[in-house]
Design a protein around this ligand. Structure first.
Ligand code: UDX
Length: 442
């Protein structure tokens, strides 16, 4: 089985490398020569634990190749995956399909009879049919199969998610496409991974509905956190107990500064836009989008308030990636929060274990620090924005000593209030009672 993977972004690269690891012949294609050259050398172009090992191993084994020559890769392939980006389109929030369509046109030109064309990118319902019709119009006499195969990879654990998914979803319209998908996912099937074979429309809807639901779950617990703060509740205790109800489940119930990343914000907007386009507004998800935007602003206001109260002008930000184990800052709450602080003339000192290089491109007039302790130097408020492991066991007495103020705002609830005992810090978190230093005993 020969596979062509078009697009070496997050999804394409991880999927391509993992298919090679299964033993298939994989050629990954990208339009950017600089990326292809780095990948050919075995250098990971994205930050993903475990990726470089798999890259090296499969390049050496000869099962994994990288090229800018799409036509050559497609002409040799039995299955062609399209995994190019579908960013938010300016103006109407809908996913921009221009890269999908450009890839489809080139695939149409180069494919041989019997090719299975699979859309892996996240696309709105109906896209598979549009792409099929476009390819059919370009090559009316060449039979091919059109498949939808959405991914559910999380950044930071993408390889594990690929190798051990909860389920694989494929949307097909003929036996040939279905058979091909059974073959490419057979190694997972042997591990008893459920393979859901459904229509293409269902597969496209499943992807968006999954992300919309998860984003809604996060937003729900964030709102419960607000209520806990006003009523003396503790959102972690509430989340723990509601999560034990099997119908709800315990995952994605961590309150925080709002969701971010390359998927949830974009996919919730596109899901809402699709509802509007079809005259069935998705009110729940419209609200999720709005609440999440407001939340990032209200978190910034909280920090500004603490800084003003402390009579100070410096905030240390620990963590800017949208979640730990990634250098990705796309739509990270930290971006809005830092911009709002800067807008108020507050000095911002930042540390992040992996995302400082990506951060430098978009955040200006801030001080970049080599360690968390350097970041907190002279700060009136420390804001913990990403739950990186390195922040879980900070020497809190040292933090207090380096600071000019004493307020620690933990927007990820990674500490328990008693951890702060004797530290000299005033501790604020999300959806839990605030504990002032004076109320903690050593
Ligand atoms: C997500 C989906 O999980 C994945 O299936 C899909 O393919 C791509 O989008 P990812 O964006 O990598 O993956 O991150 P995820 O771990 O889902 O977190 C998304 C955002 O929600 C992050 O900003 C995270 O901090 C936030 N989040 C998540 C919470 O605030 N609380 C939670 O309980 C869970």
């Amino acid at each position: 089985m020969n596979i062509a993977m078009i697009g070496t972004g997050y999804v394409g690269l991880v999927s391509g490398v993992c298919f090679a690891e299964f033993g298939f012949e994989v050629t990954c294609v990208d339009t950017k020569p600089a990326i292809i050259e780095r990948l050919q050398r075995g250098e990971a172009t994205i930050y993903e634990p475990g990726l470089e090992d798999l890259l090296e191993r499969n390049i050496t084994a000869g099962t994994l190749r990288f090229t800018t020559d799409l036509a050559e890769a497609v002409a040799a392939a039995d299955v062609v995956f399209i995994a190019v980006g579908t960013p938010s389109r300016r103006g109407d929030d809908q996913a921009d399909l221009q890269y999908i369509m450009a890839a489809a046109d080139q695939v149409a030109e180069a494919m041989r009879p019997g090719t299975v064309v699979v859309i892996k990118s996240t696309v709105v319902v109906g896209t598979g049919t549009k792409v099929r019709d476009r390819i059919r119009a370009a090559r009316p006499n060449v039979p091919f199969s059109m498949v939808s195969n959405p991914e559910f990879l999380r950044e930071g654990s993408a390889i594990e998610d690929f190798m051990r998914p909860d389920r694989v979803v494929v949307g097909v319209e003929d036996e040939h496409g279905s058979e091909a998908m059974h073959r490419v996912y057979r190694p997972l099937y042997l591990r008893e991974t459920p393979l859901i074979v459904t229509t293409r429309e269902n597969a496209e809807l499943i992807k968006y509905a999954t992300n919309a639901f998860l984003a809604m779950k996060v937003t729900f617990i964030n709102q419960v956190a607000d209520l806990c703060e006003k009523t003396g509740g503790n959102v972690q205790d509430v989340a723990h107990a509601i999560g034990m109800d099997n119908r709800i489940g315990s995952k994605f119930l961590h309150a925080g500064p709002g969701f971010g990343g390359s998927c949830f914000p974009k996919d919730t907007r596109a899901f809402a836009a699709t509802g509007r386009d079809h005259g069935v507004p998705q009110k729940l998800i419209e609200s999720v989008v709005e609440i999440n935007e407001k939340r990032k602003r209200s978190m910034a206001e909280r920090l500004i308030g603490f800084a003003r109260e402390a009579g100070g002008n410096t905030v240390a930000v620990l963590g800017i990636s949208f979640k730990p184990n990634t250098d990705d800052i796309r739509e990270s709450p930290a971006l809005d929060i830092v911009s709002a602080l800067r807008g108020e003339g507050i000095e911002v000192r930042i540390h992040d274990p992996a995302a400082m290089e990506t951060g430098k491109a978009v955040l200006h007039d801030v001080t970049w620090c080599a360690s968390p302790y350097e970041a907190v130097e002279g700060a009136h408020v420390v804001a913990l924005l990403t739950e990186w492991n390195v922040y879980r066991a900070l020497d809190l007495k040292r933090v207090a000593k380096e600071m000019s103020g004493k307020v620690l705002v933990d927007l990820r609830n990674i500490y328990q209030p008693q951890d702060l005992a004797g530290s000299g810090l005033e501790y604020h978190s999300v959806g839990r009672p605030t504990l002032l230093e004076s109320s903690l005993t050593d």
